[in-house]
Design a protein around this ligand. Structure first.
Ligand SMILES: NC(=O)CCC(=O)C(=O)O
Length: 309
């Protein structure tokens, strides 16, 4: 029996080039912001309408660095001296004339001392903030002899699914790195009609080769949407060795473009026809059995954006 609760069709209103900037960043925040600006403009000049930066794009990645680099994002817009990154991202988006998923930055809670989040800001083509995503699933893992990481020692989690309306194109889901391991978050965003799931992320040399590509393809094949993963470039002299390999995966789960580990811009033209073709040929969207299992996109789902269903 096919489900009568058909998911809304993803609507990508017109083709758009999406670019992931695999940025090389160091410890100088201002230099990182200036470098990000030049790469965002380069991507826009090459025709990108949606541009993505990596997780923690303006600092080294690590628990010791979160408080030191944290910025206060509320009230929105925050005062310039509280959040140079907010204002730099807003200005870059406006200068590029492109939608910008601004990677992520450590955020300081304005009300609770010593509370921090890992937060992604999305801006429109005029530099107006569209959405904020606080990483929902914190990166706490322990693979003996390989990698131990506990974001929760310093960070607090967000508690909302982030679906962002890009007025020119349609909806995207935004989440951060370890969030990609949780298919529920992706399924909820996809069933709210997103045409793409976008993850600024920073996997490492242990879990990157194991799971980075697999997870991107998993989220794409489950949901029949585009998936973009955007990593920092690898810096072997820094404290965290990012996997790199920023990639875009199409709705058939094919990796259509992939970086190596060095700084790079990878981009791909997204097209609604591809989503429709995949969904027509393999019609998962009308075959779900919500009479057998619940639809995770229904019920008490919390969204970042007020007003979205
Ligand atoms: N920054 C992160 O959340 C890293 C996630 C990661 O490496 C993983 O394996 O998951």
């Amino acid at each position: 029996m096919a489900s009568s609760l058909a998911s809304p069709s993803p609507v990508l209103k017109k083709p758009v080039k999406l670019a992931c900037i695999q940025l090389a960043a160091g410890s100088d925040k201002q230099a990182n912001l200036e470098h990000a600006r030049s790469k965002v403009l380069e991507a826009a000049q090459a025709g990108a309408g949606i541009i993505v930066l990596p997780e923690c794009f303006n600092s080294p990645y690590g628990c010791d660095f979160f408080p030191r680099y944290a910025e206060t994002l509320l009230p929105s817009p925050p005062p310039r001296d509280q959040s140079p990154s907010f204002h730099a991202l807003s200005a870059m988006a406006a200068e590029a004339g492109a939608y910008l998923v601004g990677g992520s930055i450590p955020e300081r809670d304005p009300q609770v001392p010593d509370r921090y989040y890992n937060t992604s800001l999305t801006f429109d083509r005029r530099g107006r903030l569209l959405a904020t995503h606080r990483k929902v699933h914190l990166f706490d893992i322990d693979i003996p002899g390989k990698i131990t990481f506990r974001e929760s020692d310093v960070l607090s989690p967000g508690n909302k699914v982030t679906v962002v309306d890009l007025p020119d194109y349609g909806r995207i889901g935004v989440a951060i790195c370890y969030d990609v391991r949780f298919p529920e978050l992706a399924a909820i965003a996809a069933r709210k009609g997103c045409f793409a799931l976008v993850y600024p992320g920073a996997f490492n040399l242990t879990t990157g080769p194991m799971h980075w590509k697999l997870l991107a393809q998993g989220r794409a094949v489950d949901n029949q949407v585009y998936v973009a993963l955007c990593s920092p470039a690898r810096d072997v002299s820094g404290p965290y060795h990012a996997w790199g390999h920023s990639m875009i995966v199409d709705p058939l789960a094919e990796v259509v473009v992939e970086a190596e580990e060095k700084e790079a811009i990878v981009s791909w033209g997204l097209d609604n026809g591809k989503i429709e073709e995949v969904r027509r040929n393999i019609p998962l969207t009308t075959q779900r059995r919500f009479d057998v299992y619940p639809d995770v996109s229904q019920g008490d789902v919390k969204f970042t954006e007020e007003g979205l269903p």
